[in-house]
Structure formats: structure tokens, C-alpha cells
Design a protein around this ligand. Structure first.
Ligand SMILES: Cc1cc2nc3c(=O)[nH]c(=O)nc-3n(C[C@H](O)[C@H](O)[C@H](O)COP(=O)(O)OP(=O)(O)OC[C@H]3O[C@@H](n4cnc5c(N)ncnc54)[C@H](O)[C@@H]3O)c2cc1C
Length: 477
């Protein structure tokens, strides 16, 4: 990650297309690298939102936790977010109810609704200025078919979410149907991160290379910890845990746009080429163009996103753009909890499937409860019951028949294709993570792993994990 890191250290945020709008007015504190060996109660690998919130919640409960960050805090996917804090995670509630039953869907809804309130409480308690505000979240479509949205509104309401079905929205173009969730929120993710980072013990420029039992080997020294949390976005350890068989990555694109009419709320389109929207000041953040990492086609990426944007906002002026990616699990639920039965003192916070604002807070609460005990978590009996149920629902070792079938279709097939003996023998650039053949993404000028989503620049320098080392022979003009 050295190129990226150097550009950031030179203060080039916003100049390079890949750095998001959030850097323009957030100053993140610098932290020294680890120097020598260290013993601690909890070591958290990764200084993104999930890692820092977990460290913060542990610190509040008296645990001695350190964060080990390979580059800078917030420099991972968190800097690429659009920062909608919502329990509206696309079309999910009808699906969850069908796949897991009403009670599980209720837990998912109640827990993520609680996480919005947790942000508000934390921001008030610490008096953080981070542009947090309550607003509505909308799922919408402009296509004829609206049955799915009708159903989603009905199920979400039954699960206790303040949801309504609407045909009118504040968007400056007509929709055919929409689901409105009241009292959701948005904020400035890096202003928030900067404020909580100041309260924590963090070592930047400290890359974890290997974890063996309670020992973490970094490029700066060895850390010995009673508990170890993998909050490094995609856990880079293959076994135990076997997360690569159950998780892929999806990349999404964001345009920062001016010269468009202002409107209230946050939006997520569910039809083909329908985009996501939220304002930050007078800048509209427009998201879309997504694809599985390593499978970019003409109907994806920045060019396609801009084409879709111009259909709705022909006068729009693009003032910035960036892309990021997130981990998608085999069954629509994140992986939060014990890493593996074989390592009861390792924990994982991953698979947040592009909903990592409420997701990161959920990780922090679950992992703190597991390390500190339920009695330390506060809240009433109702809240504690939701937390306990969420812990069971997001347990990384869960097994479910429907989800298992989906995993075989979505993940095993791609893994098999990328890892065939033929591919392994061909002299093509390969991913150092598990040896999958890399694919060249011409628009982004990156090598990408279609199996697990690692990305490299044209010289093979790693940009996104799970790979942690350079890809050999990944040279491209
Ligand atoms: C385009 C886009 C828009 C999104 N918008 C929203 C939204 O509106 N609302 C929402 O809820 N979610 C959204 N998300 C999802 C959300 O941004 C992510 O889920 C969340 O930021 C993930 O945070 P994280 O802490 O898990 O990962 P990261 O922020 O990636 O943090 C992981 C950290 O670990 C570090 N690391 C990696 N390997 C090592 C190592 N070996 N040693 C030490 N450190 C290491 C990395 O440098 C990084 O800083 C969006 C995602 C995308 C892609």
C-alpha cells in the first residue's frame, strides 16, 4: 500500500480521483508506529470504523486495547463510504423473514435500529461535531414492477421499523414506488473517526504479518494479547475460519456532484441502473456502477455511473470521484464474533455488505459483550435480549441449508474457476492470497482477484486485501 500511503502523507487527498470528499474537511490525527514488542489485553487489527468503534467500546468498559493499523486510520474502505446510518439495507427484510423466520428478521431490524441510536448517544456523550443528523432513508424504483417494494414496506413495518410505502418522494424525478424509513441518520465518517481515534491507543504504519496463537507479528515488533480482533476488513488468515469460501467482495463507485437541485433524504435505487443519493452540504454523492471485484463489465464503473447520472441530472458537474469495496457473505448476514472454535480468543468483524455504519457499531457492541460480559453492556432487558439474539444470528460458525446452497453457487464455483490446476500452471499474474488468476480492470487500471477481491496496481502493489503482499509478475503498461 506504499503508493497510496505516500500520496496521503503528501496531503494529496482530493487531488487524486481515488480519495473521497471526506478528506477535504477532516483532519485525522497521526499516530506513531509500534516500536518494539508489547503486551496488551486486546489487540485489534485494523483502524477502520469497525476496529476503532470496537476499541472505543472496550475502552469504555475498562479493557486495555491497542489498534494496529497497516497504513493510517480510516484509510481503508471507511474513507470510501457514503455514510448513511440506517437499518434500510436494500431489499432485505422480506428475504430474511423467508430465509430465517420472523424472529431472526425482527432481531436484525431491532438491532440495527438500536445502532442508529447508539451513534446519537455516543456523539452526544463525547460532544463530537461530525454533521450527524436524522433524516429519512428511501428505497425506490422507477421501473413498473413495485411488488417487491410493497412487500418490503409491509414486512419492515411488521418488524417494528417506522416504514411506509410511498409513491411521492423528495427526489426531483418521478418514481413508481418507494419505501420510506423515518428517523434514520447520516454523518461525516472521518470527522467522527478522528474524534474517537484521539481517545484510543493506536499504532499506524504497523502491518500485521502473521498471527500465531496469542502472538501477533508485525513489521514493527511482536504484540502479545489475550484477545485478538480481526477488524482488517477481510480477514487475511485462511485457516482456521475459512472465510474465503464464504465471502466475496463487491466494488462500488461514487461521484461527487454539483449543479443539481437540493433534496432531502438518503436514497437507494433497486432497479437496473438506479443510483444511490445523499447530499453532503451542496455536494450530491451519487453511488452505483457496482460489480463483483474482478468482474467489471461495460455496464459498471465510473463511465457507466456518469452516463446513468446524466439521464437524471443532465446539468450535473462532477467534482470528485472514488470507488471502494465491501465484503459480501454467503447468506446476507455479517460475520461478527469468535473467529473459529479452534481459536476462542480470536474475534472477527467482517462481511458488512456495504452497510458498515450500523454494521461497525454492531461489531463493537457484540465483541465488547463477548469480551467484557453481558452485565457490562448496560441498557434495559429488551436491549440486552436483542444483543444476545444478534450475537447468535451473526455468529461466524452458523450453518444454514439455504445459505449453504447459495454459498456453493456463488462462492465455491468462482473459487474453483480461479484456482483450477490449469490456472495455477499458466504464467498469468496470480493473487498471493490463494493463487487465483488476476483479471485486469482497464478502467481502474488495477489487477483484481475475482475470487476474493484483492486488488493491485499495475506494478503489483497491493491496494486492497485480503492479500497482504505484492502480486508477482503483475506488470501492465
Ligand atoms: C462505495 C461504498 C459506499 C458505502 N456506503 C455506505 C453507507 O452509506 N452506509 C453504510 O452503512 N455502509 C456503507 N458502505 C460500507 C462501509 O463503508 C464499510 O462496511 C465499512 O467502512 C467497513 O469498515 P471496516 O472497518 O470493516 O473496514 P476498513 O475501513 O477497510 O478498515 C480496515 C482497516 O484494516 C487495515 N488493515 C488491513 N490489513 C491489515 C493488516 N495486515 N495489519 C494492520 N491493519 C490492516 C486497513 O488498512 C484498514 O484501515 C459503503 C461501502 C462502499 C464500498
Amino acid at each position: 500500500m506504499s503508493d497510496r500511503k505516500n500520496a496521503k502523507d503528501r496531503g494529496e487527498y482530493g487531488k487524486a480521483a481515488e480519495f473521497s470528499v471526506w478528506h477535504k474537511d477532516a483532519e485525522l490525527p497521526h499516530f506513531a508506529a509500534l516500536s518494539g514488542n508489547l503486551k496488551t489485553e486486546v489487540a485489534i487489527i485494523g483502524g477502520g470504523l469497525a476496529g476503532l468503534l470496537t476499541a472505543y467500546e472496550l475502552m469504555r468498559r475498562g479493557k486495555k486495547a491497542v489498534v494496529l493499523e497497516a497504513v493510517r486510520v480510516g484509510s481503508g474502505q471507511t474513507e470510501g463510504t457514503t455514510a448513511k446510518i440506517t437499518s434500510q439495507h436494500g431489499l432485505i427484510y422480506d428475504k430474511l423473514t423467508k430465509n430465517y423466520g420472523f424472529d431472526a428478521a425482527w432481531t436484525y431490524a431491532a438491532f440495527h435500529q438500536q445502532m442508529i441510536d447508539e451513534y446519537e448517544k455516543l456523539i452526544q456523550r463525547e460532544q463530537i461535531t461530525c454533521d450527524f443528523r436524522r433524516t429519512e432513508s428511501w428505497l425506490y424504483t422507477c421501473e413498473k414492477e413495485t411488488r417487491l417494494l410493497h412487500r418490503e414496506a409491509e414486512v419492515a413495518r411488521a418488524l417494528g421499523i417506522p416504514a411506509t410505502y410511498e409513491t411521492d418522494t423528495p427526489l426531483p424525478f418521478a418514481v413508481t414506488g418507494a419505501v420510506r424509513f423515518a428517523e434514520q441518520a447520516q454523518f461525516h465518517p472521518l470527522k467522527f473517526l478522528a474524534a474517537i481515534a484521539k481517545k484510543l491507543t493506536i499504532y499506524e504504519d504497523t502491518r500485521v504479518e502473521k498471527v500465531h496463537g496469542h502472538q501477533i507479528r508485525t513489521n514493527r515488533g511482536v504484540v502479545t494479547a489475550k484477545h485478538i480482533v480481526f477488524a482488517c476488513h477481510y480477514p487475511f488468515v485462511i485457516a482456521p475460519g475459512w472465510y474465503p469460501l464464504r465471502m466475496s467482495q463487491k466494488r462500488s463507485y461514487v461521484l461527487a456532484v454539483k449543479n443539481v437541485p437540493q433534496f432531502e433524504g438518503m436514497y437507494y435505487g433497486i432497479g437496473t441502473d438506479e443510483l444511490s443519493y445523499r447530499f453532503y452540504g451542496d455536494i450530491l454523492l451519487v453511488g452505483g456502477g457496482g460489480h463483483r471485484t474482478g468482474e467489471c463489465a461495460d455496464c459498471c464503473g465510473f463511465r457507466h455511473l456518469e452516463k446513468c447520472l446524466r439521464e437524471k441530472f443532465p446539468e450535473a458537474q462532477v467534482v470528485g470521484k472514488w470507488s471502494a469495496q465491501d465484503c459480501i457473505t454467503h447468506d446476507d448476514l455479517p460475520f461478527v464474533g469468535k473467529f473459529s472454535l479452534l481459536r476462542p480468543y480470536w474475534y472477527v468483524a467482517s462481511g458488512l455488505k456495504k452497510w458498515g455504519m450500523t454494521g461497525a457499531m454492531a461489531c463493537a457492541k457484540i465483541l465488547s459483550a463477548q469480551m467484557c460480559g453481558m452485565e457490562e453492556m448496560g441498557g434495559g432487558a429488551g436491549e440486552q435480549k436483542v444483543l444476545t439474539d444478534a450475537m447468535a444470528l451473526f455468529k461466524p460458525q452458523r450453518l444454514h441449508f439455504l445459505a449453504g446452497m447459495h454459498a456453493i453457487r456463488e462462492h465455491a464455483a468462482v473459487n474453483a474457476k480461479g484456482l483450477t490446476a490449469g490456472n495455477l500452471l499458466r504464467r498469468k499474474p496470480r493473487c498471493p492470497h490463494m493463487g487465483s488468476e488476476l483479471v485486469w480492470n482497464g478502467e481502474n487500471r488495477t489487477w483484481e482477484c475475482p475470487c476474493h477481491g484483492s486488488r493491485f496496481d499495475k506494478n503489483g502493489i497491493v491496494l486492497d486485501g485480503p492479500a497482504q503482499t505484492e502480486a508477482e509478475a503483475a506488470l501492465h503498461d
